[in-house]
Design a protein around this ligand. Structure first.
Ligand SMILES: [Fe+2]
Length: 385
């Protein structure tokens, strides 16, 4: 009995101490990362991380959206994801994030809570009035610098940042996962849309199963989708790992064949539904985005090229190979669209250089530039005059 009383006494002291610390503001709950506005299948997903487990909300045009799971507002996470409709955020031109530290549960829904912290951000959706300016970077493998400088090429003109996989390497810590948000935030400061595609390295190690919480994706079970940003239609493919499931490196823990079979069925439905996808009214630009270039190395890959060939793709943006290359339509894999392999990262050169891809749609033409750390242009490619 005395043991129980001692425990109750310590619980009381802990509660009183926490109340005092909160009251005095000694439990600061800072932002670990600025928010990133990810593009997912049918809306934006605003993601950020706080130092402490918190509830999270986003207010857009006077409407509040929460980070919830089947109705329960999440209080058990430091990384927060709030879904906001495209039209709401596009119209509002800005948003406010709010978060509150859930210090300790008292009972049921009752928590000792920290102060609510708010921060406002401007947001500019994809703007077609001066053409379409996109930056695509991949394969920096957790090296934030100089990737952030390279991807800042367009400055204020940026319409869409594409993080095209292997932004981080083996996902063996949450610090690694944070690397995706850090790069996105360093370039966009929460003010522009960001599209993420999964790289094969981002399928690896013990925190890879948490990845979906940290990036824009329709759900924890898939990283492939199509989406629409005004006149721009996007097809995002995800090949998963780059070797056979039975490869010794995966220790029997890979079943990407099953995943890719579901993905094939998904894109077959997209093609069958062309009138509401790439042929929908108002679609003027069609981009294919995928970490590993679609090729002819397997029956699945050949099938995906066949499906992509139906989609009237203007250009495909890819990475993975750690090199810069351009293949006009009619390439050796039989693709009927031009293809860019768009990142030669620091680790490919070891000389401090890092090069990725700026892409512009302007007055009916399409141009790509391979650009480096000081925004110098290494190569200009006229994809369409
Ligand atoms: Fe890769």
């Amino acid at each position: 009995m005395w043991c129980e009383q001692v425990l109750q006494f310590f619980a009381f002291v802990r509660g009183a101490a926490l109340s005092l610390f909160v009251g005095l503001g000694w439990l600061p709950n800072r932002l670990r990362t600025e928010p990133t506005v990810f593009v997912a299948e049918d809306g934006y997903q605003i993601v950020w991380e706080t130092a402490r487990k918190s509830t999270a909300r986003v207010t857009v045009g006077g409407v509040r959206y929460t980070d919830h799971l089947a109705g329960n507002i999440r209080w058990d996470q430091k990384v927060h994801k709030v879904e906001v409709p495209f039209c709401a955020l596009d119209a509002a031109g800005g948003y406010e994030i709010q978060y509150r530290h859930m210090i300790v549960r008292i009972e049921g829904y009752k928590f000792l809570q920290g102060k609510e912290i708010r921060k406002a951000y401007a947001f500019r959706p994809v703007d077609f009035t001066d053409g379409l300016q996109i930056y695509n970077i991949s394969d920096n493998h957790s090296l934030l610098r100089p990737a952030d400088q390279v991807a800042a090429y367009w400055g204020e003109k940026l319409d869409l940042l594409i993080l095209n996989g292997d932004i981080i390497s083996d996902v063996d810590s949450r610090g690694q996962l944070r690397g995706v948000l850090e790069l996105a935030a360093a370039v966009t400061h929460g003010t522009r849309p960001v599209l993420y595609t999964r790289g094969n390295h981002e399928t690896r190690s013990n925190y890879a199963l948490e990845l979906s919480r940290w990036v824009g994706t329709p759900g924890a079970d898939r990283y492939y989708f199509t989406t629409r940003l005004g006149a721009l239609w996007l097809a995002v493919f995800d090949a998963g790992e780059d070797k056979q499931d039975g490869h010794a490196e995966y220790s029997g823990l890979a079943d990407f064949d099953a995943y890719r079979a579901k993905e094939t069925a998904y894109f077959e439905r997209v093609v069958a539904n062309a009138a509401n996808e790439y042929d929908a009214p108002g679609v003027e630009y069609r981009l294919l985005v995928v970490h590993i270039p679609l090729g002819d190395v397997s029956a699945t890959q050949r099938k995906w090229v066949e499906l992509a060939n139906q989609m009237k793709i203007d250009v495909a943006l890819t990475g993975h190979e750690h090199l810069l290359a351009y293949y006009p339509a009619g390439g050796c894999a039989g693709q009927n669209y031009p293809l860019l392999i768009g990142a030669r990262p620091l680790r490919a050169r070891k000389d401090g250089s890092c090069t990725a891809t700026a892409l512009e749609f302007l007055n009916g033409g399409i141009t790509a530039w391979f650009t480096g750390v000081d925004h110098q242009v290494e190569q200009e490619i006229k994809i369409k005059e």
